[in-house]
Design a protein around this ligand. Structure first.
Ligand code: GLU
Length: 401
């Protein structure tokens, strides 16, 4: 007898993460023997630097196999506070008590959404945005208000567009610079102006800075560098992207003490502490700045070269609209012309690119802009070039306008 399963109201409207689904699909096709160029999930292809792996091995041998405090080991909370404070000299320092270690930055974002927002609240989501923001806000039973940026300005939102989308029920805004999926980077002035608006209006700001270290025209500005106050600011970051540590699942939040306490209570009932040995490895990543800066610089230089190789190909196709990425490792392409009548040309394009040309990418519908697709260039340069070439070929052969 088959089991009748009706999902609860908590999850009935949740869609599987498209970024995760694409990489699962690529993996499944590979397992069946198909050659797939995977430019889907944003996952660095580099190995985690050796000194970080060594720190994990040492920690294991020294017995780092037990529970820790929910908020993380004190040494790591101190290291994170120090890491943040070193970027914001002269500003009120972050205290370790305001830091909470999480299972990936994804959990920090979820903790923040769930703790700050609820029924009746509206949350502004600059769009396109990473797919999970929309779902996390909905899981908190709040209402997502997508605020579409201007493609000609890298889809970045402005004070005016946020103000226009706000109502008396607006309670918060999700920021992400450098942006996933566009790679756009907000300048200090742009970010400062948005934070000032949020401060004036009493909105919570959740600032996802997981790509901050991956920027090509000098360091990207972090919210703590330009915020007048951090009374209503939750900074989210982690080691996954910059240090090539996706599978270690270590992220963190920096938030006012009361918010940190609420998030810690929540986390104490869900996952408790992030993996102990991975926390110790993260201490090494943050404290040994000589080795980690060298590793990050080397990886960012490689992403830079891959971006330029991809852009060179894309620029040979003047009719194809793209956002020029200044950070992160994504390219965002407008493929509406391949199926102008369809509401979702991007999904159709991504499906065909995988089925017909063996290249996995993510449809822009996942990020709130259905005519677009996202290509990750966190892959070997040969794969990036070949994948982009095949995407251009498909665009050329199917464009109608
Ligand atoms: N954040 C990455 C992406 O957008 C990794 C997958 C995920 O967690 O969404 O592809």
């Amino acid at each position: 007898m088959s089991t009748q399963f009706l999902p609860s109201g908590n999850v009935s409207r949740i869609k599987e993460s498209a970024t995760i689904a694409v990489s699962q699909r690529a993996r499944a096709l590979k397992a069946k023997g198909r050659t797939v160029i995977d430019l889907g999930a944003g996952e660095p292809d580099f190995a985690t630097p050796e000194f970080i792996r060594d720190a994990a091995k040492r920690a294991l041998d020294e017995g780092a196999t037990k529970y820790t405090a929910v908020e993380g080991i004190p040494r790591l909370r101190e290291a994170i506070a120090q890491y943040v404070n070193s970027q914001t000299p002269g500003r009120t320092p972050v205290e370790p008590s305001e830091v909470m270690v999480t299972t990936g930055s994804k959990q920090a974002l979820f903790n923040a959404c769930f703790s700050l927002f609820g029924q009746g609240d509206e949350v502004l989501v600059p769009t396109p945005a990473w797919t999970s923001y929309y779902e996390m806000v909905e899981l908190a039973r709040a209402t997502c208000v997508p605020v579409l940026g201007d493609p000609a300005a890298g889809f970045k939102v402005t004070v005016d567009s946020l103000r226009a989308a706000s109502t008396a029920r607006t309670r918060g805004v999700m920021l992400n610079s450098p942006s996933n999926p566009t790679g756009a980077v907000y300048s200090a002035e742009e970010l400062g102006a948005i934070l000032a608006l949020a401060e004036d209006r009493g909105w919570w700001v959740i600032s996802d800075e997981i790509y901050r270290r991956i920027a090509y025209d000098g360091p990207a500005t972090g919210s703590l560098q330009v915020a007048r106050t951090r009374e209503r600011l939750v900074l989210v970051d982690g080691v996954a992207k910059a240090f090539a540590m996706t599978g270690w699942r270590v992220g963190w939040s920096v938030a006012p003490l009361a918010v940190t306490k609420a998030m810690s209570a929540l986390q104490s009932h869900t996952t408790s502490n992030a993996t102990t040995m991975a926390q110790h490895a993260t201490v090494a990543a943050l404290v040994d700045t000589v080795q980690s800066d060298a590793a990050v610089t080397r990886m960012v230089a490689e992403y830079h070269a891959r971006r330029d190789a991809a852009l060179q190909l894309l620029h040979s196709e003047p009719g194809l609209r793209i956002v020029r990425p200044d950070g992160a490792f994504y390219l965002y392409l407008d493929v509406t012309a391949t199926n102008p009548e369809a509401g979702d040309a991007g999904t159709d394009f991504a499906t065909r690119l995988l089925d017909e040309a063996g290249v996995a990418i993510v449809p822009g519908a996942a990020f709130g802009t259905p005519g677009w697709v996202r290509i990750s260039y966190a892959a070997r340069v040969d794969d990036v070039v070949e994948g982009v070439r095949r995407a251009i070929d498909l665009w050329r052969s199917s464009r109608r306008a």
